[in-house]
Write a protein that binds this ligand. Structure first.
Ligand SMILES: Nc1nc2c(ncn2[C@@H]2O[C@H](COP(=O)(O)OP(=O)(O)OP(=O)(O)O)[C@@H](O)[C@H]2O)c(=O)[nH]1
Ligand SMILES: [Zn+2]
Length: 362
């Protein structure tokens, strides 16, 4: 019995299944659906899905608004898939890449009435799998039998929903001394969540006194900025500026949270960049893709700080949401330390948009 997968294991498995283009079975006591992520969908699997019955394409309300499709279900919309629709049609509705070239996707008809909790779960799963937030869905009559005969992962809503809402507990895995350019007295700690999602890191500079507020930064991963030195954002200079300040003060802690692209993943961030090349700003691009402006979970930051023994911080940030999330999750912010570095001609508009639309302090 103890070797059987727990609900957290099944959730991790479902994320991988969706990324591979496999269906997952989602159930309540009264109904069941088969859900596949649109992004890795192929013609063979789509044909097998059609053989089961009518299909709905579930997208977020953000994407539906761009498509001018009716939203009857709050934060999601169920778009009826016409029997003439092929894979290209489905992917064009889900993916805004060609919106400007082919603006007319419709007329699109949205389903209404009925219970949509399972559709909402399907969208949450595609997001947590860092895929485009869109799923093709078909009702299932005999879910247990179907899942068993096809070898599919089944997630009962009641058991999995609380796991999707809570941040997964994080555990320290390993730590070692790491002298860096900004400070010879560096120590890198690795934290691993129980749900199989990305690991996160903390670089501790010096030996900060746990009874005092520590100079801290919650840095979200930005491969383009941190590693490649992209001029489109200010992440690289912020990362190095924060470490340099910690080095100069002789102590501090920088959390490197693997929430690339404000939590949408690098592939989706590149989709957003491509939309930005078409003239949309950073917030509009996220919305056209079907995401909120910011999909990050900053509770991770407080969990890691607590695990390291800190209870209060002097937070290096310009983002008021980071401060309120720290406070809400039990880390006192005694001071906000502004971090203004790295403005370029390429990121000036991006920084202005963050100030105008996301409440960033200039
Ligand atoms: N989706 C999306 N993400 C972006 C874009 N540009 C940068 N990012 C991501 O935005 C995040 C920026 O992280 P941070 O610098 O920690 O956060 P912040 O909200 O700017 O707050 P502070 O820097 O603390 O003021 C990183 O995950 C980047 O990968 C963009 O145009 N679209
Ligand atoms: Zn960046």
């Amino acid at each position: 019995m103890s070797l059987m997968p727990t609900m957290i294991d099944l959730l991790a498995r479902a994320r991988v299944d969706l990324r591979m283009g496999l269906p997952v079975v989602l159930t309540t006591p009264d109904q069941a659906i088969l859900a596949l992520a649109v992004e890795p969908l192929d013609t063979k699997r789509l044909a097998s899905l059609w053989a089961l019955g009518p299909i709905a394409l579930t997208v977020t309300a953000r994407r539906a608004e761009t498509l001018k499709a009716r939203v009857y279900d709050g934060d999601i919309a169920r778009i009826a898939v016409p029997s003439s629709a092929d894979l290209t049609w489905i992917q064009a509705v889900a993916d805004p890449a060609d919106d400007l070239r082919t603006p007319m996707k419709g007329p699109l008809r949205s389903d209404r009435d009925g219970d949509v909790e399972l559709h909402r779960l399907a969208i949450a799963l595609t997001k947590s799998a860092r895929l485009l937030p869109a799923a093709v869905i078909c009702p299932l009559q005999h879910p247990a039998q179907f899942a068993q005969s096809h070898g599919l992962t089944t997630l009962p809503l009641a058991a999995v929903a609380p796991l999707m809402v809570e941040s997964s507990p994080l555990h320290p895995v390993a730590a070692a001394r790491l002298p860096i350019a900004a400070a010879e007295a560096g120590r890198l700690h690795i934290f691993r969540p129980e749900d199989g999602a990305e690991e996160h890191y903390a670089i501790e500079i010096g030996k900060p006194d746990r009874s005092q507020p520590v100079l801290a930064r919650l840095h979200s991963a930005c491969f383009t900025g941190d590693v490649l030195g992209s001029l489109k954002c200010d992440c690289g200079p912020q990362l190095h500026g924060a470490l340099t300040q910690m080095g100069a003060e002789g102590q501090g802690v920088l959390l490197y949270l693997n929430q690339e692209g404000r939590g949408i993943g690098l592939a989706n961030k590149m989709r957003a960049y491509s939309l930005q090349d078409q003239g949309f700003d950073t917030v509009e691009a996220n919305h056209r893709l079907g995401f909120e402006d910011d999909e990050r979970d900053f509770r991770l930051g407080s969990a890691i700080l607590k695990e390291l023994g800190f209870s209060s911080v002097r937070l290096l940030t310009n983002n008021p949401n980071k401060i309120s999330m720290m406070e809400k999750t039990g880390i006192a912010v005694t001071e906000r330390v502004p971090l203004k570095v790295g403005e370029t001609v390429f990121n000036r508009e991006y920084l202005a948009t963050k100030a105008a639309k996301s409440g960033h302090m200039l």
